[in-house]
Design a binder for this molecule. Structure first.
Ligand SMILES: NC(=O)c1ccc[n+]([C@@H]2O[C@H](COP(=O)([O-])OP(=O)(O)OC[C@H]3O[C@@H](n4cnc5c(N)ncnc54)[C@H](O)[C@@H]3O)[C@@H](O)[C@H]2O)c1
Length: 393
């Protein structure tokens, strides 16, 4: 192990902590890395709550310089790489600034509020010759990597139709406060950027590009309490005396029918306010000779039917094992569970290797992938508004 790679994190919330942990763990799982990331600095916004948060972040993750303004972090010439884990409305401004500062960029999905934001970040990364990767981490689940390999090898025959579903309840409580997530100018199109972006990326990862789509969206909880608490899972008692409510400006639910370039039809459905469902994310692909089904909550398992007998064929559960994606970097034998944070350790590895000029296979999710996802999300909004199929070509 070798040259230190000084990194900073912008946004000290949930994802900021996950990226920070990934930088600290990545060398444990990949001791051959040419460069060792050293988390050096964190920046969060200038509110007093954020200052306390930033200090707590620094205390958790070691000797860090804590900045109240991300521009100060970018001004540190010793920092070569930056994670952007701030809210969606800041992705474009900060992502472009990171690239223009000549620093490598690991940015969270969905990369802005709309396609034009993702394009701006992609172009800035390309123009400045830095590495840019995107946090579509479900690609890094070994069972998903195996699903992709099985599908491309013909194990389920020719794919016929697919379904990706992302149902969760972090916004199901009517007391979930009116954070940036529910405002169009800061959270973009709600569940679209939050969850459907992952769904679109997963479908593209296993089945290729989308040709056209038709979609409908809905808001299930039109008003939420105005409060200072802003976290993903915060809840305010909606009966609190004097509590004021504001309008939710973006989508709780989306269902989209995707026609892939291959002709395969796929349903992408996402709900952030799904009572009774906690991170119930699933991917299912049917083919002429079988099926593949994956459930995020049982990440190490894959249901597989691969047959030449057609009707009556059994579906078996197979467990992730060395050879499936990056599984071998975490566990030595089949069926030992990996966790959510591990997918981000894989992303950190991909980021560091790309910075060192090493080949990473499969390649990490790129800013082109973010643009493709954002293109589909914009098309979903257009389809809902105009009530028609929208071509993505
Ligand atoms: N890949 C995934 O599975 C996944 C999961 C959750 C969130 N995300 C993405 O990560 C991003 C952050 O989500 P989160 O859940 O961590 O949100 P969060 O609200 O927990 O954290 C966001 C942080 O950014 C800070 N912030 C706000 N303005 C800032 C500014 N001007 N400068 C610096 N920091 C600022 C906030 O104070 C907060 O600490 C979002 O874009 C989200 O889409 C990705």
């Amino acid at each position: 192990m070798n040259d230190a790679l000084r990194v900073g994190v912008i946004g000290a919330g949930w994802m900021g902590h996950v990226h920070a942990r990934a930088y600290q763990r990545v060398a444990h799982h990949y001791p051959d890395l040419a460069r060792r990331p050293i988390l050096t600095a964190v920046a969060d916004s200038v509110t007093s709550a954020a200052e306390a948060l930033t200090r707590a972040f620094a205390a958790t993750h070691g000797e860090l310089t804590a900045y109240a303004d991300w521009r100060e972090l970018l001004a540190d010439p010793s920092i070569e790489a930056v994670s952007v884990t701030a809210p969606n409305f800041l992705h474009r401004e900060i992502g472009v600034a990171v690239a223009e500062a000549g620093k490598h960029l690991w940015i969270e999905k969905p990369v802005g509020l709309a396609r034009e934001d993702a394009v701006a970040v992609r172009d800035a990364v390309a123009a400045n010759g830095v590495v840019g990767i995107v946090g579509f981490n479900y690609r890094n689940v070994p069972a998903v990597a195996r699903a992709r390999r099985l599908i491309s090898s013909g194990a389920i025959g020719a794919p016929t139709h697919a379904r990706v579903q992302l149902f969760t309840d972090y916004a199901a409580h009517p007391g979930s406060p009116l954070s940036w997530r529910f405002a169009l100018d800061r959270g973009g199109h709600g569940v679209l950027g939050d969850l459907a972006s992952h769904g679109v990326d997963l479908v593209r990862f296993v089945l290729g590009d989308i040709d056209a789509l038709v979609a409908q969206t809905a808001v299930h909880i039109p008003q939420r309490p105005i409060a200072s608490a802003q976290g993903h899972y915060s809840v305010i008692d909606p009966s609190t005396p004097g509590l004021e409510f504001g309008a939710v400006e973006n989508e709780d639910y989306v269902v989209a029918l995707l026609r892939m370039r291959s002709g395969v039809l796929a349903v992408c459905e996402a709900n952030r306010a799904a009572v009774g469902d906690q991170n119930n994310y699933a991917l299912e692909v049917h083919g002429t000779q079988g099926l593949i089904r994956w459930d995020f909550r049982r990440p190490g398992e894959l249901s597989v039917c691969s047959t030449n007998t057609y009707a009556g064929a059994p579906t078996a559960t197979v467990f992730s094992e060395p050879g499936d994606g990056e599984y071998a970097a975490f566990q030595p034998g089949a069926g030992i569970a990996m966790g959510y944070d591990d997918t981000k350790v894989v992303e950190a590895m991909q980021f560091v290797r790309a910075i060192s000029g090493e080949q990473v296979s499969p390649a990490p999710a790129s800013l082109d992938d973010a643009v493709a996802s954002a293109t589909a999300l914009d098309a979903i909004v257009t389809s809902h508004t105009e009530g028609k199929w929208v071509s993505l070509s």
